[in-house]
Design a protein around this ligand. Structure first.
Ligand code: ADP
Ligand code: MG
Length: 672
């Protein structure tokens, strides 16, 4: 058996268990062995029965003298056993586990692990784990691993299966990490790490195992990225480009505005890539409105000056046609022929070679267009940052430069780790003249004053306001809907009875949603009360106030994206972050919103303060879920990057590592 063997090949695992295991993401033996405990029960104290004290958590070993079911006065069934180890006797009590009187046999020796407590006037052991002393103990007498469970799969069950895999040496675990790397950091072998993470003798073994397994996680992610980079760069470039510097400067000069310093810096990075003899693969990250499109337009112009085509892909038809308009405005005066491809607009049959720029959704472009002279592909707003698109391009045997653009605030550290195959550019500066959204944290005591201020703005300045309530649970459940509905009632009746309020949440039918948004857009509502669903897609330029309830429950990046819903028009906009707190760390964190206005920087800060899970639904962005390592561990990220960089050139010398990398990569690209 090896790690890729299916779990259903194991003894005692039939189709029913295989199905349950799948719910935990466990299909192969590898998945099972890499299903790590999230904590341990410490039953390592083994005591003589005569010495146990109420309150202690420990293991006793003794012979069962008797065991029986009893009924309480309330009609509940309890099980009672008496156990002796020669030093003394103790009673053991369970609730509602009648089957125990059959599995635990009087006269035999067992270990029991659990809490010693009072039961009436008696000292007893309550609700313990038990196991026979005929075999090595795994459920008692030690640090006992507790796992993520699912219906029908308990930690005890997992423990037994994993222990038998590890003990019987069924499994051929080969260590893929080169000795040099292991020695340098004094890391233990993979076999030890996997054995110790499940069944440690002490806390030091847990630490050593976690150190090794965390290293593996980041090391493989980065090595895989470097390998993708190497493969991408190995391919011969479709076309060699020259930089027509004078003409580009002229083009930039004729723009109706001057570029920000950030735009200039990013353009230098991109233009320099375009003239190299390796294909570019760059990720441009910048908030909504930071001016990414014009950066792409200049790059497209630079390609046009060489006589080649560019392609711009957008995720939706609406975005594609917006880009089409923008590019036409900037590029047509310079003679570029631009074509929009959507569901209804087919590419022209003839004269394809006369077209300089194709704009469209990626699906269309993947199918219909000959990439005969495409030297640059720009991908806008893709969550998976172009991985699939690049794969499609390679299939078409073209190898253009690729620029991917995103407004998702990914902290630099995460971007550098996960997208090690991409070069990164950040637009961390807004075009001038854009008003910053004035942001205040409003503690509990100032709530009344803030409501009065909002009423004045609405009555006096005819402004419009969003009020966002947080999701109470992970997704928009009934509980959250109820909370936002209650708040809506309270606001309409008690706080703003004289104003027009609307309610928006994810459980409304899309028709209803549209109608409410349109009412708000037409100015027939003053205030829109909403769950964070408005984070995506709602664009209402005349709304100027964003008020967020329980702001401390949100990540800074998410607050920043919500704040981006206002400040889209001419008027000064405001963001009020309400919190029930009156001070402390959480308020300090929110205060960053008053000073900072770049999404990636806020995300980075939040990563430091709260850790990665909190930034945003990371799974939604196709980030791998780390099992042990943490994105806040900068030292480990750096260390593993160095190790990966040092090794990528000689990967062929390490066949085990190459093999691991392959199976790892396959797992990565299979969509969840
Ligand atoms: P993004 O795609 O990054 O969200 P856009 O490229 O759509 O942003 O730009 C937003 C708006 O800002 C557009 O109307 C664009 O013309 C304008 N703009 C871009 N760069 C500048 C600049 N340097 N100065 C003034 N306005 C700019
Ligand atoms: Mg854009």
């Amino acid at each position: 058996m090896d790690l890729l063997t299916s779990v259903s090949d194991l003894r005692m695992i039939g189709p029913v268990y295989a199905k349950r295991l799948k719910k935990l993401g466990i299909e192969s033996l590898r998945d099972l062995i890499y299903h790590f405990p999230f904590r341990y029960d410490d039953f390592s104290l083994i005591s003589e029965i005569s010495r146990v004290q109420p309150g202690e958590v420990l293991t006793i070993k003794g012979r069962v003298l008797s065991i029986k079911n009893e009924y309480t006065k309330a009609g509940k069934r309890i099980q009672k056993a008496v156990v002796s180890d020669g030093t003394g006797k103790i009673e053991i009590v369970w609730f509602n586990q009648p089957f125990l009187v059959k599995t635990i046999k009087a006269g035999e020796w067992y270990a029991f692990a659990g809490k010693i407590d009072w039961f009436g006037k008696k000292i007893v052991m309550v609700f313990p784990e038990h196991e026979s002393l005929k075999e090595r103990t795994i459920h008692t007498s030690r640090l006992v691993p507790i796992y993520p469970e699912t219906y029908g799969i308990s930690s005890k069950w997992l423990r037994s299966r994993i222990a038998s895999l590890l003990n019987e040496n069924l499994l051929d675990i080969k260590d893929f990490l080169p000795e040099g790397i292991k020695d340098k950091d004094k890391m233990i072998s993979l076999k030890e790490a996997l054995s110790w993470i499940h069944f440690p003798d002490n806390k030091e073994q847990i630490a050593a195992a976690r150190k090794r397994l965390a290293f593996d996680e980041f090391f493989l992610i980065q090595l895989a990225a470097l390998k993708r980079k190497e493969e991408w760069q190995k391919r011969p470039l479709s076309y060699k480009l020259l930089l027509h510097r004078e003409k580009i400067i002229e083009f930039v000069k004729k723009l109706p505005f001057s570029l920000t310093n950030a735009q200039k810096r990013v353009l230098r990075e991109i233009l320099s890539d375009l003239t190299k003899d390796k294909p570019m693969n760059r990720l441009l990250e910048g908030d909504v409105g930071s001016g990414k499109t014009i950066v792409a337009a200049v790059a497209i112009y630079a390609v046009y000056l060489n006589g080649f085509q560019s392609i711009l892909m957008a995720p939706t038809e609406i975005l594609a046609s917006q880009h089409f308009q923008t590019l036409k405005q900037f590029l047509s005066p310079f003679g570029l022929k631009i074509v929009l491809l959507t569901g209804n607009l087919k590419p022209p049959k003839d004269n394809q070679e006369k077209i300089d720029v194709y704009v469209g959704t990626h699906a269309l472009i993947q199918r219909k267009v000959e990439f005969a002279r495409a030297a640059l592909v720009v991908i806008d707003e893709q969550h998976r940052f172009g991985v699939e698109q690049r794969a499609a391009l390679i299939k078409k045997n073209t190898n253009p430069h690729v620029l991917t653009m995103t407004a998702t605030p990914i902290p630099r550290t995460i971007a550098l780790t996960l997208y090690g195959d991409l070069d990164l550019s950040f637009l961390d500066e807004m075009p001038p003249g854009r008003q910053r959204v004035k942001t205040w944290v409003v503690p509990k005591i100032k709530r009344g004053a803030a409501y009065r201020w909002i009423r004045e703005r609405i009555k006096g300045e005819k402004e419009q306001c969003f009020i966002v309530c947080p999701l109470i649970e992970e997704s928009e459940t009934l509980k959250s809907i109820k909370a936002v509905t209650t708040e809506f009632d309270r606001l309409s009746k008690e706080i703003f009875p004289d104003l027009r309020l609307g309610l928006l949440h994810g459980k409304l039918k899309s028709k209803e949603k549209e109608e409410i948004i349109n009412q708000f857009r037409r100015g027939e509502l003053d205030i829109l009360v909403s769950t964070p669903v408005i984070e995506v897609g709602v664009d209402i330029p005349q709304a100027t106030i964003m008020m967020i309830e329980d702001a401390d429950r949100f990540g800074l990046a998410q607050l920043h994206q919500l704040r981006g819903r206002v400040g889209r028009g001419e008027k000064q906009s405001f963001c009020l972050l309400f919190t029930e707190l009156n001070g402390g760390k959480a308020i300090e964190r929110l205060r960053a919103m008053e000073k900072m206005c770049v999404g990636a920087e806020l995300a980075e800060l939040d990563l430091k303060i709260r850790g990665p899970g909190e930034i945003y639904g990371t799974a939604q962005h196709g980030f791998p879920r780390l099992k042990i390592a943490s994105f806040t561990d900068l030292e480990l990220i750096q260390k593993t990057r160095q190790a990966a960089n040092g090794l990528i050139g000689s990967l062929s010398k390490f066949p085990l590592l190459r093999q691991e990398l392959e199976s790892y990569t396959i797992k990565q690209i299979v969509p969840d």
